[in-house]
Write a protein that binds this ligand. Structure first.
Ligand code: ZN
Length: 419
């Protein structure tokens, strides 16, 4: 109800919010009323005025500023009737092209369509390459990032993939990071895994330096996003890098650290030294030597480690294979962004307040990725917003001021999704 906005099939293809303003988001102003805002902090009932892709104003409905007549006529009003409004989720580890390919060509996962993200409350993704950085490459990755941007999602990526030498477009990873705007760091570089290229300590140090220097040159995140496997070396290399090099700890960003309990303990210790660690919301069976992302976050926060140094991502589009002792795939699953809201729901069921759980999905990845206007609900931030229904599902999803999901249904779809 109240959604009278025209359907814009092609918003700005650039992910930057200032471009979004120039590309159609100024056509209307959106007024959200009665939103129970978690910024992530619990702020209670608020009204929000949204225009130009950003939150222009937030406050009590009584204090709503008067709008110039020309704008007031075009205001679309949505009464959220007390639904919880949170920052759009940032999924920092997504195989946007589809990952997989670890058990033959038929196991290459197809590209992930727009509504697989939007219906899951995800408004920003970081795309990357994994095991298969041969049939997939940076061209494919960038093209998919641009496609998702054209469809209205905030999309970024990492340079390289699992293996050294890294797959690059310009011939060097620093070239890729400095010259290709969507790429924020290097990843997912595999270590302690039989699928890795067995990178040496010096190679890892060199790549961390490339990421860091590129970050300095561009103001981008400049992180080395490390895929951790089941290998017993765990996070040895990262500990060594922190003690033997000048590279800041924040550059080293290990993911999948909840895949074993011992690895998780190593990662929590590193977070105390300044690394951001990433938990993966993969399915965990009872009795498995792993923590679910929900259990991992509970344990992380209970440990007293810094609350702002932990993130949760989904591994969407990636294959979640189980290997036998010979290294053959014995069973397979595909990750999906819906695992993030499922994790948020599990945390709520476990009694964690929403404002405690949210930063790992919003403000923390925004800070790690240096996306300064994302991850928070406040005046001046990008209007990437999710209203949760009573069961914790995505009721309304707004990306840079554009409505993608209303009452749990996609009102915008990817180019090849059935209408
Ligand atoms: Zn991985």
């Amino acid at each position: 109800p109240g959604n009278r906005r025209p359907f814009h099939p092609r918003p700005g293809s650039c992910g930057y919010s200032d471009c979004a303003a120039a590309s159609g988001n100024l056509r209307g102003v959106l007024l959200l009323r009665n939103a129970d805002v978690f910024s992530p902090r619990a702020l209670g009932l608020q009204s929000l005025l949204i225009g130009g892709g950003t939150v222009l104003w937030m406050g009590s409905g009584r204090d709503l500023p008067a709008l110039p007549a020309a704008l007031a006529a075009g205001v679309t009003e949505i009464d959220l009737a007390g639904l919880r409004l949170i920052p759009g989720l940032i999924d920092g580890h997504v195989h946007v092209t589809g990952g997989g390919g670890e058990a033959g060509f038929k196991t290459r996962v197809p590209a992930v369509a727009l509504t697989r993200f939007t219906l899951a409350g995800v408004t920003t993704v970081v795309g990357l390459l994994g095991t298969d950085d041969v049939t997939r490459g940076p061209r494919d990755l960038l093209a998919q990032i641009y496609a998702l941007r054209e469809e209205g999602l905030n999309a970024f990526g990492y340079a390289g993939g699992y293996h050294v030498p890294l797959a690059t477009l310009t011939g060097s990873v620093r070239g890729d990071l400095v010259l290709l705007e969507p790429l924020l760091g290097i990843g997912e570089l595999a270590i302690s895994d039989h699928r890795s290229s067995q990178p040496t300590f010096d190679e890892i140090l060199r790549l961390a330096a490339d990421a860091h220097v590129s970050g300095l040159m561009t103001g981008k995140a400049g992180v080395l996003h490390l895929h951790l496997g089941d290998g017993s070396r765990g996070l040895d290399f990262v500990r060594r890098a922190l003690s033997e090099s000048e590279i800041p700890a924040r550059v080293f960003n290990p993911t999948h650290v909840n895949r074993s309990k011992a690895l998780f303990d190593e990662a929590v210790a590193l977070a105390g030294n300044g690394c951001y660690i990433d938990l993966t919301a993969f399915p965990v069976e009872d009795g498995e030597d792993a923590w679910s992302a929900a259990e991992g976050l509970q344990r992380y926060l209970a440990s007293g480690a810094p609350a702002d140094r932990v993130t949760i991502s989904s591994d969407a589009g990636g294959c979640l294979p189980c290997f036998d002792a010979e290294g053959r795939v014995s069973s397979m699953n595909v990750g999906h962004s819906g695992a993030l809201l499922e994790t948020l729901r599990a945390l709520a069921d476990g009694g964690m307040p929403l404002e405690t759980a949210l930063p790992a999905f919003t403000a923390n990845p925004a800070r790690l990725l240096r996306l300064a206007r994302k991850g928070r609900v406040e005046a001046g931030a990008d209007a990437d917003l999710v209203a949760l229904d009573a069961t914790g599902g995505a009721h309304t999803v707004i990306i840079r001021g554009e409505i993608h999901v209303r009452e749990g249904r996609a009102v915008r779809r990817g180019t090849f999704e059935n209408r």
